[in-house]
Design a protein around this ligand. Structure first.
Ligand code: SD4
Length: 346
């Protein structure tokens, strides 16, 4: 009798295993090279954390869409600064850097925060100091392209658009320096967010599950174009830019970070999956929550459950669908999935 039981459970285990599509990695937008890099690590039995770090690093090196890595999205002073996050769903440990200056490899610095400190997030000049102490090279992140972009914004476009409000001179017409207008809040309470498009906001976000079933997630971005120096977006904030939990899965977000981080959409998507939602339903709930308050926001969430199911939802991309890349053990090649952003908002 017990032999039959063992036979049956072995057969069942084989069957379940043959259905599994893990290892798997999913990546925001069309960032194919990052997906391939991460996949090559996963398929050889490598760790999900390594896949995330290497995958996001490739995007930094290749300056994906100009919105990841050095030489993109200069701030008001013309400087590029970087935000990155990596989260380990096995230990719930996080490493992140925000407004990192003069160091190209933000994702790897984030990994060093995770592995060599008991902190979770380091920021600005002092994050640079940490990176240098960890052996990273300090160099300018400005390129001829980013310099040109900034010169055009400053001299030709008179610093439009920018992120100021309630200041003088009028930020919708003039450059700074600005000083505040007293009692502004009462006069202009109903401000509108800056209109962002996908070339202003294209963070790489990745979620991976490795052969052991460990989930990791991460992001890397140079943030918002012409941001006020010191600005931190959603990408390095755990639960906002990305979230991972071995018992459920992971999620990551991209889009208008100043709005999105107020809602922790990656955390919400993971929690929805914990309550039984499919990845698509979970991503929709997270996007829906934001859209209820900010009907003009632009963004997307991708989600991956521990059993290898994945899904996404997006908002505010106009008629364009939102693309994301997937590669799992059942595929010969990566696949670019697309979701329509115009699904009904309830
Ligand atoms: C930010 N969310 O800093 C980031 C930028 C981005 O796709 O593209 N996200 O707001």
């Amino acid at each position: 009798m017990s032999k039959i039981c063992i036979f049956l459970s072995l057969t069942l285990a084989l069957f379940v295993n043959s259905e599994q599509n893990t290892p798997i990695v999913i990546t925001t937008w069309n960032f194919v090279n990052s997906t391939i890099t991460a996949w090559n690590i996963l398929k050889q039995g490598g760790y999900s954390l390594d896949a995330i770090e290497r995958g996001t690093s490739i995007c930094e090196e290749q300056q994906c869409d100009g919105t990841v890595g050095y030489g993109g999205s200069p701030d008001e002073d013309g400087e590029t600064t970087l935000d990155a996050l990596i989260m380990d769903g096995r230990t719930m440990n996080v490493g992140a850097v925000a407004a990192l200056r003069r160091v190209k490899h933000a994702a790897s610095v984030a990994r060093h925060v995770l592995e060599h400190t008991k902190h979770s997030i380091l920021v600005g000049e002092l994050a640079t100091q940490f990176a240098v102490r960890m052996g990273f090279h300090e160099e300018t992140l400005t390129t001829p392209d980013s310099k040109r972009m900034w010169l055009k914004w400053y001299y030709r476009d008179h610093c439009q658009p920018n992120f100021w409000m309630g200041v003088t001179p009028d930020p919708s017409k003039f450059c700074g320096p600005y000083s505040k207008i007293d009692n502004f809040r009462h006069k202009y309470y109903n401000w509108l967010p800056i209109k962002v498009d996908r070339f202003n906001h294209d963070t790489i976000g990745m979620v991976a599950i490795d052969r052991k079933g460990d989930v990791a997630a991460g992001t890397s971005t140079n943030g918002a174009k012409f941001k006020i120096p010191g600005r931190v977006g959603d990408s390095p904030i755990p639960g906002s830019g990305a979230y991972a939990d071995n018992t459920v899965g992971g999620a990551t977000a991209t889009g208008d970070g100043d709005i999105m981080l107020r809602f922790l959409p990656s955390f919400l998507a993971v929690e929805e999956m914990r309550r039984g939602a499919s990845p698509t339903e979970a991503a929709r709930t997270a996007i829906n929550r934001i859209a209820t308050h900010y009907p003009d926001f632009m963004g997307a969430v991708i989600a991956l459950s521990i059993d290898g199911a994945y899904g996404a939802a997006c908002h505010g991309l106009g008629d364009d669908p939102f693309p994301f890349v997937v590669q799992d053990i059942t595929m010969h090649k990566y696949k670019i999935e697309k979701v329509n952003c115009s699904w009904p908002l309830h």
